[in-house]
Ligand binder design. Structure first.
Ligand code: UGA
Length: 437
């Protein structure tokens, strides 16, 4: 490697985090060798075909940098060319709620002794994991570099980070410096800290964001009681710089693979040491109830749901992704089925995944088909295209033009003009006393 040449970076695990990390470092001019034990996935990526995940901008990025991006199943090949290995394998929750670290441990087991290589942990792991790994492999150079990417905007998040956290203990300084210089061109603040604190920054950040959402959801529920509009309340609160406007959108609860997993992992982590994290228990409970409240709203409007046809617009846990993990739609669909309703649904991207997870609901090819003959609709995911629909025409095809906007995404006045009864979350229904009438 010449003085100006950027170091080759190894990425272990080419799931969503690994693929974004590999693609973005290649974009920054690094040669990247990305390894996965799944030979089919590696073959697919080598072929330059469709990516296994839906992430805006990623296919173009991977394509553009294909000369610098290599995919392999051989760990020995990665070790031969890279000193720094970003560990991006998944850490799903176990039945006890603890993170399953078996894939991380499998990676650690393949690393040679001698301190030549550094393992950089991007996978979300409980605080204390770094220490435990180093106890099992004392000369391992270990750095915690948690990821803060959001699905749907991961490439932009990587390229314009608010901060990059690098947790390294004594003996790992060379790796921390190398990682810092790899991220430096992006301009985000680089936070140097110890391993345990870096691990906690990740868990605490996700838990705080989940808390913010559960908080605004409870405020929304109170707004409904007192005739206030949570979107105005959130806007007014968010102008206070100490609070900020982000993650104050009330709705039918947070989903996705991260908030649920990380809040439970942090709660368990505290519990395992004998500390009861009360606030977090409430944050999780509020979210579970929030997904179910919509069913109550429907019942108030149309009575018992047995035999009724209810349409779900959107199924993914948020727009711009096909990810269905922990999506609010899963609980909602199951609750509606539990009430005896017929459930039809449409999602622009997640339909295939949803079909496998929700075999008992009717997945339609368009919003119009899902809404045809429905007694009520629920907007579950705020896909931008839903704002562009011809609601007048769609309402005409429904048995009863009632919509519960689970993301406060649609324009209530427009829906009302189209003949709908509109109800959001934490705002007065249109046509009833309150400011949105
Ligand atoms: C989250 C974090 O935001 C990332 O920083 C983190 O890196 C990631 O988890 C992770 O640990 O991997 P993500 O789950 O992709 O990212 O999605 P978010 O944009 O955070 O949304 C999570 C859920 O919260 C979605 O269901 C979304 O609809 C909901 N949400 C978000 C709200 O209900 N209200 C809001 O105001 C914001």
């Amino acid at each position: 490697m010449s003085a100006n040449e950027k170091p080759t970076i190894g990425v272990i695990g080419v799931g969503w985090v690994g693929l974004v990390t590999a693609g973005c470092f290649a974009e920054l001019g690094h040669r990247v060798i990305a390894m996965d034990v799944n030979a089919d996935k590696v073959e697919m990526l080598r072929g330059g075909g469709t990516l296994p995940i839906h992430e805006p901008g990623l296919p173009e990025l991977v394509d553009r940098n294909s000369e610098r991006l290599e995919f392999t199943t051989e760990m020995a090949h990665v070790l031969a060319h890279c000193r720094v290995l970003f560990c991006c394998v998944d850490t799903p929750p176990t039945y006890s709620g603890d993170a399953d670290l078996s894939r991380v441990q499998a990676v650690v087991a393949t690393l040679p002794d001698g301190g030549e290589h550094a393992l950089v942990m991007k996978s979300t792991v409980p605080a204390g994991t770094g220490e435990a790994i180093r106890r099992s492999k004392p000369d391992l150079v270990y750095v915690s570099c948690p990821e803060f990417l959001k699905e749907g905007t991961a490439v932009a998040d990587f390229m314009q980070p608010d901060r990059v956290v690098i947790g390294a203990d004594a003996g790992s300084e060379w790796a921390a410096e190398l990682i810092a210089s790899a991220y430096e061109p992006l301009g985000g603040e680089i936070v140097h800290t110890d391993v345990a604190s870096a691990e906690m920054i990740k868990l605490a950040s996700n838990a705080f964001l989940a808390t913010k959402i559960s908080f605004i959801n409870e405020i929304a529920n109170v707004c409904e009681e007192v005739g206030a509009d949570v979107t105005e309340v959130a806007a007014g609160m968010g102008l206070d710089e100490r609070i900020g406007p982000k993650f104050l959108k009330a709705g039918i609860g947070w989903g996705g693979s991260c908030f649920g997993k990380d809040t439970i992992a942090l709660k368990k982590l505290a519990g395992n040491t004998g500390y009861h994290f009360q606030l977090l228990s409430a944050v999780i409970d509020v979210n579970e109830l929030q997904k179910r409240r919509v069913v109550g709203k429907l019942k108030e409007r149309i009575g018992e749901l047995a035999g009724r046809r209810i349409a779900l617009l959107g199924l993914a846990f948020k727009p711009d992704t096909d990810d269905m993990r922990d999506a609010s739609s899963l609980v909602l669909a199951a609750r509606l089925r539990g009430e005896g309703a017929h459930v039809s649904a449409f999602d622009p991207v997640a339909s295939d995944r949803a079909r496998r997870l929700l075999p008992e609901i009717e997945i339609c090819e368009s919003a119009a088909a899902a809404l045809e003959g429905a007694d009520a609709a629920i907007l579950v995911t705020e896909w931008p295209e839903f704002a562009e629909l011809d609601w007048q025409e769609l309402g005409g095809g429904m048995a009863n033009p009632l919509i519960v906007d689970g993301r406060n995404f649609l324009d209530p006045a427009q829906l009302r003009a189209a003949g709908f009864t509109y109800e959001g979350i934490g705002r007065a229904p249109v046509g009833e006393p309150g400011r949105v009438a």
